[in-house]
Design a protein around this ligand. Structure first.
Ligand SMILES: C[S@@+](CC[C@H](N)C(=O)[O-])C[C@H]1O[C@@H](n2cnc3c(N)ncnc32)[C@H](O)[C@@H]1O
Length: 318
C-alpha cells in the first residue's frame, strides 16, 4: 500500500519534475562557453597561450591577417597594437561584440564578421590566417574540417600561410576519468581579485572522436564560499597527426608542417601539442608573387627549416 501510494506520488511528481529537468538540460545544452563573452574573459583574457608564436607570425606576414575564430581578441588586440592589419571572423555574436568594445576602447575598428569557419566567404585575400587556441577542434565533422581548411586556402594570398594549434589527444586525455568534475584552472577575478574556478566534467565518444565538456565556472566570495555557478557545454573533436595530414591533402594545400609545439619541434610524444602550418602554394614561390618581402623571406626560411626533417613536412604532389 505504502509502496503503491509512493509509486503514484512518484509518477505524479515525475510528470511535473521531468519536463522541468528536461527544459533545464535543454537550456544548459544550448549554452556554450562563448555565449557569455564577459564571463569567458574573466577566465581567459590574460591567458598567453601561443601569443608570442602568433604575434611573431603576424609581424612577419607583411600583409593583411585574418584571425579566424578570433574570440574576444586575445591575439588580435596585441596584433592591432603592434600596428598590424587584422580582420576577424567568429561564430559567436557575444564574443564579437565584446571584441568590438575592447578594440574601440583602444581606438581600433577592426573588420569583424559573424560566420562559421567552415563556410566563411570574404572578398579579401590574406598573407596569414591564424586559428589560435584550439578553435579548429570545434569542427565536429570531416566536412567542417575540410570546409574550414579549404576556405582558409581560398582566402590566402599566393604563398600565404595558415597557422593553427589543436591539442594532441594522447592517452592522458582520452583515458581520463569520465563524468568526474576536475578543476581545470583558477584565476583571480580581474575586478574583485576574488578566486574564479573553472571545472570541467568530460565524457567521450571514442568512436566519433568527440569530447563533451560540462563547464562550470564558480565565483568565490570573500568568505571562500561559492557565490554563483555558471554552467555551459561544449564539444570538440580529437584529431591525430596522420589524420591531419589527410585533411591537409584533401583541402589542397601545397605544403604543410605538423609540429609538436609553438617552438616547431617535431611531434614525437603523445604529450606534445599539435601546431600546423600550411601554405596554399609552395612558399618557394612567394618570391615570384610578392617580391622579396620580409614575409616571403620569413616564410621561405621556415619552409626550408621544415625541409630538414621530412617526417614533419607534407607536400601535395597531386
Ligand atoms: C577557445 S576560443 C579561442 C578564441 C581566440 N582564438 C583566442 O585565441 O583566444 C574558441 C573560439 O572559436 C569560436 N568558434 C567555435 N566554433 C566556431 C565556428 N564553427 N566558426 C567560427 N568560430 C567558432 C568560438 O566562438 C570562440 O570564440
Amino acid at each position: 500500500m505504502i509502496g503503491s501510494s509512493f509509486s503514484l506520488l512518484h509518477l505524479a511528481l515525475s510528470a511535473i519534475i521531468l519536463p522541468l529537468m528536461l527544459s533545464v538540460t535543454e537550456t544548459e545544452t544550448e549554452t556554450t562557453p562563448y555565449d557569455d563573452a564577459e564571463l569567458y574573459d574573466v577566465v581567459f583574457e590574460q591567458l598567453d597561450y601561443g601569443l608570442d608564436y602568433y604575434l611573431q607570425l603576424a609581424r612577419a606576414a607583411g600583409g593583411p591577417i585574418l584571425d579566424l575564430a578570433c574570440g574576444t581578441g586575445r591575439v588580435m588586440l596585441p596584433c592591432l597594437s603592434a600596428g598590424l592589419e587584422v580582420d576577424g571572423v567568429d561564430l559567436s555574436a557575444s564574443m564579437l561584440a565584446r571584441l568590438r568594445e575592447k578594440a574601440s576602447a583602444k581606438g581600433f575598428q577592426p573588420r569583424l564578421w559573424q560566420a562559421s569557419m567552415a563556410s566563411f566567404a570574404l572578398e579579401r585575400r590574406y598573407a596569414l590566417i591564424m586559428i589560435p587556441f584550439n578553435a579548429f577542434v570545434h569542427n565536429l565533422t570531416v566536412d567542417d574540417q575540410i570546409g574550414t581548411l579549404s576556405r582558409c586556402r581560398e582566402h590566402l594570398q599566393p604563398g600565404g600561410l595558415l597557422a593553427f594549434d589543436a591539442f594532441f589527444p594522447g592517452t592522458g586525455i582520452i583515458t581520463a576519468p569520465e563524468n568526474t568534475r576536475v578543476l581545470e584552472t583558477e584565476v583571480l577575478h580581474p575586478k574583485t581579485g576574488l578566486p574564479v574556478r573553472l571545472f570541467d566534467t568530460r565524457s567521450f565518444d571514442r568512436v566519433e572522436q568527440r569530447q563533451f565538456s560540462k563547464v562550470e565556472i564558480e565565483m568565490i566570495d570573500s568568505h571562500g564560499r561559492v557565490a554563483s555557478t555558471h554552467t555551459s557545454h561544449t564539444v570538440v573533436r580529437w584529431i591525430y597527426k596522420t589524420e591531419m595530414e589527410l585533411l591537409m591533402r584533401a583541402s589542397g594545400f601545397a605544403q604543410w608542417g605538423i609540429f609538436g609545439g609553438f617552438d616547431r619541434r617535431a611531434l614525437r610524444l603523445e604529450t606534445d601539442g599539435m601546431v600546423v602550418e600550411a601554405w596554399n602554394s609552395n612558399p618557394g614561390h612567394v618570391r615570384g608573387h610578392q617580391g622579396d618581402t620580409a614575409s616571403g623571406q620569413e616564410h621561405r626560411a621556415i619552409a626550408e627549416k621544415h625541409d630538414v626533417d621530412k617526417r614533419d613536412v607534407g607536400r601535395n604532389n597531386k
